[in-house]
Structures are given as C-alpha cells and as structure tokens.
Design a protein around this ligand. Structure first.
Ligand code: CP
Ligand code: NVA
Length: 305
C-alpha cells in the first residue's frame, strides 16, 4: 500500500500517471460523466485544522468516484483518547484511505506507520503535496510540457513552498525563491532536496524582483500559516517588500501567471489588483484540486486502468 506524505513518495513517472488519470476524469466530468472507479471504497478525513478546498475536493471527488467519505469530528478523539498507533491500527480496519491534516508532520508520519491502508497528507506544517500536484497540473494545462519552465516563489519558505520545490524537481522545472533569510529552507531540507531531486535547479535569493525576472508563474502563499497566528505582526514586518503587487508583476515576463494556493490574506502577500487580475489563475488552481484529488485517489487505490 502506498502513502502520499510528501512528493518524495512519488516518482516523476508516477506524477505523470496521476496527471493522466486526472485528465481523463476531468474530460469525462466536463461531459457530465462521473466514472465510478471506486465503488464501495471508503475514505476517512482526519483534520486538526480548518479547510475548505482540501476537505471538500476530497469528499466530492470520492463521491464522484462512487465511493464514500467520512469526515471524522472531534469525538473520535484523535490524539486524545488513545495513542496514534492504536488509533491508526483500528481506523484502517474500517476504511481504504485516510486523508490527514495535522499541525505536526510527525503525526501524519506516525499515523501512516500504523495504518495498513493508504494515508494521504492533506497539509502539515512541513508539506502540502496534494496542493503542489494540483498547481503543477494547472500549469501543465496552460503551458503543455512543464520541463524547462520556471516557477518563482515569493514569500515564506513553508509547507507549500517545500512541496512546490520537490514537485518542480520531479517535473524538470526551475524553482526560484525570494524569501527573507530567516524564512528560507533549512539545511536539512536543502540536503533532502539534493538527495531526492538531484536534478532540481533551485535558486534562493532575498530579492523578489530578481526572482520573477524569468518566471513562467509567480507563486505566493500567506506569510502567517495556520498555527502561527501569534507571530503575525512580526511576520508582517519581516515580509515587508515581498508583496506581489502590480509593480512586482511588471518586472516579470508579460505573460507570467500569478498563483496562490488560497486562502489569501489580501493586502498582505498579494494585492486585489493582482489576485483578481488577468494574469491570475488562482481559481483554476482551486478548481483543479477536485480533479487532481480524484487522480490521486484512483492511483493510490489502484483503480486506474
Ligand atoms: N489550499 C488549501 O489547502 O485550502 P484549504 O486550507 O481550504 O484546504
Ligand atoms: N501555508 C498555509 C497553506 C494553507 C493552504 C498554511 O499552512 O496555513
């Protein structure tokens, strides 16, 4: 049984396979067809943090595929009534796949260690692999082949940034990152990238204008992630100058796309003018969460033809 905890769990060819299944299912969906590839299969969602996109796209996606979804509330007592090990050993007797959103990545890793069913990371403090897959799929729809394109990430070196860097490496894209020194990837993650995706062309700078110069797409995420709310004032100060606004967009190639995983803190990391502007593809990214979750579920549960 395969897990998806970070994009290190997928080989490049497997990402291509997930994208091929996604494309097939998305085409059918646009014609009104909901192909029941996973009848009788059950997915459990275990979420320690709020979610709109990840929760609803997984739930709707599983239902489209003919399976069922169980959103587990507080009363299951995850992390409170029994050990994560016992919880995992029991839960996987009832369901085929668990999607977990946890504060600490280690919680998802531990759950996966004890579950004999598939475990998918629906966001941790360390990684957001399903988001990065939907983002790369969205770009692929727009540019065709991803290889050789540049993703410029401006902002916090967080969960989303880590997954995008891994994904760019796997798909032959260049990853340029503009981040204040204190928020850049740590040495352990850079070493991991080197081992996992030795082919990744990565450039890290503190200069947003330099980062976007050759970008196919410019990506940002919130400066204060879920769980970091007490740091928000400090972060607003530290990220001063890293906002994606019309001036920064004018330094990028004229056809560059603007991307954001959402939810956005409008007026902080991005202005209304940019996120609602012509170059923004944020709604395509959000829409593709549904289709890519279906590709992931069909692939991980082995239902792909
Ligand atoms: N982008 C994303 O994961 O959104 P949610 O937090 O709403 O799931
Ligand atoms: N970095 C953000 C992503 C939300 C989808 C967070 O972790 O809150």
């Amino acid at each position: 049984m395969r897990n998806l905890l970070t994009l290190a769990d997928l080989k490049s060819a497997e990402i291509d396979r997930v994208f091929a299944i996604t494309e097939d299912l998305k085409t059918k969906y646009s014609r009104g067809l909901r192909e029941a590839l996973l009848p009788g299969r059950v997915m459990a969602l275990l979420f320690e943090k709020p979610s709109l996109r990840t929760r609803v796209s997984f739930e709707a996606g599983m239902i489209n595929l003919g399976g069922s979804s169980l959103f587990l509330g507080d009363e299951v007592g995850f992390g409170a009534r029994e050990s994560v090990a016992d919880f995992g050993r029991v839960l996987c007797q009832y369901v085929d796949v668990v999607v977990v959103r946890a504060f600490h990545h280690q919680t998802a890793v531990e759950l996966a260690r004890y579950c004999t069913c598939a475990v998918i990371n629906g966001l941790t403090d360390y990684a957001h692999p399903c988001q990065a897959l939907a983002d790369l799929y969205t770009l692929k729809e727009l540019v065709g082949r991803l290889k050789g394109h540049t993703l410029a990430y401006v902002g916090d070196g967080n969960n989303v940034a880590r997954s995008l860097a891994e994904g760019c490496g796997k798909m032959g894209m260049k990853f340029v990152m503009a981040t204040p020194k204190a928020y850049q990837f740590d040495d352990a993650f850079l070493a991991h990238l080197k081992t996992e995706t030795p082919e990744l062309d990565i450039k890290i700078t503190t200069d947003p204008a330099a980062a976007v110069r050759e970008a196919t797409a410019i990506y940002t995420d919130v400066w204060t992630s879920m769980g970091q709310e007490s740091e928000s004032e400090q972060r607003r100060r530290d990220f001063d100058g890293y906002q994606i606004n019309g001036k920064l967009m004018s330094k990028a190639p004229s056809g560059a796309f603007f991307m954001h995983c959402l939810p956005a803190h409008r007026g902080e990391e991005v202005t209304d003018e940019v996120i609602d502007g012509q170059q923004s593809i944020v709604m395509q990214q959000a829409a593709n969460r549904l289709h890519v979750q279906k590709g992931i579920l069909a692939w991980i549960l082995g239902a792909q033809r």
